[in-house]
Design a protein. Structure first.
Length: 192
């Protein structure tokens, strides 16, 4: 069922203020829905898998993809209408070239537990990122954000868009309600 407040999500992802030189990207999780990968391929948007090397066909369809989004493109409209509220991925703004952003985002795909066992870190799942970012200290925030100015993603309540950014080394959090267009923010307290 299409998301009811898709227009509000789209206007929040692309605010009306003058162009600030940033680009909107999505990191989409092909494992969340069988239609994500074929839609990305057909989108005519610049995209690339975050995994490298030759992948098995099943993994190609389930992998995470970085997609450069274009305003007023049918793909972004369909993405929000069909995927918002179903944890299809996250959005971010950055002002560096696509390949550099991909290189940065790839650094977080694998993490290690206390016994040095490698584990996939699915940070591109909104359920993971919205839980992880508030636990980060200043150094972790700086590493995670890198060139990203902000991350935007759905909350547990899909009628709330979360916007995370950093100011003075601390995590800034905004909860933007889609139905009533109200904003609740926190300017400090998350960073350590």
């Amino acid at each position: 069922m299409p998301y009811a407040h898709a227009e509000k999500v789209l206007s929040t992802l692309w605010p009306t203020h003058p162009d600030d030189g940033t680009q909107l990207y999505a990191v989409l999780d092909g494992a969340r829905n069988d239609g994500i990968y074929p839609s990305v391929v057909r989108s005519e948007c610049e995209f690339e898998c975050l995994y490298t090397g030759e992948l098995a066909p099943d993994l190609v369809r389930a992998a995470p993809y970085l997609v450069k989004l274009e305003r007023d493109h049918a793909f972004i409209d369909a993405l929000v209408r069909n995927g918002w509220g179903d944890s299809w991925g996250i959005f971010l703004r950055a002002s560096i070239p696509f390949k550099q952003l991909r290189r940065h985002l790839r650094t977080f795909l694998m993490v290690y537990d206390p016994t040095i066992k490698p584990m996939y870190f699915r940070y591109y799942d909104p359920r993971v990122l919205r839980t992880f970012l508030p636990t980060c200290d200043k150094e972790q925030l700086a590493m995670m954000f890198g060139p990203a100015l902000c991350f935007m993603l759905e909350d547990e309540d899909p009628d709330v868009l979360l916007r995370f950014s950093i100011a003075s080394g601390s995590l800034q959090s905004q909860a933007i309600r889609m139905a009533e267009q109200t904003y609740a923010g926190s300017s400090a307290g998350f960073g350590r």
